[in-house]
Design a protein around this ligand. Sequence first.
Ligand code: ADP
Ligand code: MG
Length: 326
Amino acid sequence: MALLSVRQLSVAFPAGDRWLPAVQDVSFEIARGETLALVGESGSGKSLTAYALLGLVPRPGRIVGGAILLDDRDLLQVPEVEMQQVRGAKISLIFQEPMSALNPVLTIGSQLVEAMTVHGLGGPNPRATALDLLATVRMDDPPRRFAEYPHQLSGGLRQRALIALALSCRPALVVADEPTTALDVTIQAEILNLLRQLKLEFGLSLLLITHDLGVVAHTADRVAVMYAGRIVEQAPVRQLFRAPAHPYTQALLKAMPGSVHSTHRLESIDGQVPSLRDLPPGCAFAPRCAWQHEACVVAPPELYPVSPVHQSRCVLVRDAAGMPRA
Ligand code: ADP
Ligand code: MG
């Protein structure tokens, strides 16, 4: 059974007399100990999906449909007081910019102790537990870092401190929203390595959000690709890289430096993600798609099975399977 099962989640923002669909019918599962990467260009709805899991969709946005089952309990039916317990204790969030999540006027140590105490954890010696956590995230010199303030740490160490904080309540699921985007490349690799090791050590489930497919290859078990609020392709990581089935994923892979699909050194995808105000009536990627044909502009395609573990929201898949052409 999956730890987390998101079913047809939809999030919308009001605009005049309409609701703009920022996240549409998003469904995915994450098993215990599994890492799912949610990938897509900026504005595709990744962060809103993450916030929805934690009950933190920013106003005036609203979850307008779907279910979020954690251990078979629908978080969308859980009252806000109980959601406070779920946040941290069951699901915790790591942001792109650790400064915004760390309290600037408290030492790293006191923030860890406070987080554990709030959830009744930390044991008889919270300081020792906090020092252990700092060692767990491979912080150099834990006693020194315990006593330091966030501004005294480098970006990479701050991100480690935030990961320690995220782990302090022993969550089952960690949601990491672009956790390495603000860091330079060497530090990025270190943090991703750390997340991989922690996942194995603690049997954590991880939802790793990124706009960078390069980050995904060595970190994720499965990948869901988002475009304009919808998941357009979902597959185990090797299958996605070896045989991407959606033209958008193919374009992303081509744009990835060093990829086997890469034709140019740094080819970017022409065109832009459509505005939510004027989403095309058919496939949202059709205006940028090299394979576009008549069927694509009529209605949004379904998610078609490429294999039992691989789906693509593209009529090419259906046609390749020998079904009637629209
Ligand atoms: P991503 O994380 O993939 O870059 P987001 O989930 O942050 O994208 O946002 C997806 C889309 O939802 C945005 O492009 C925007 O159209 C809309 N959106 C997000 N936050 C707000 C907001 N506070 N008010 C209005 N629209 C928003
Ligand atoms: Mg985002």
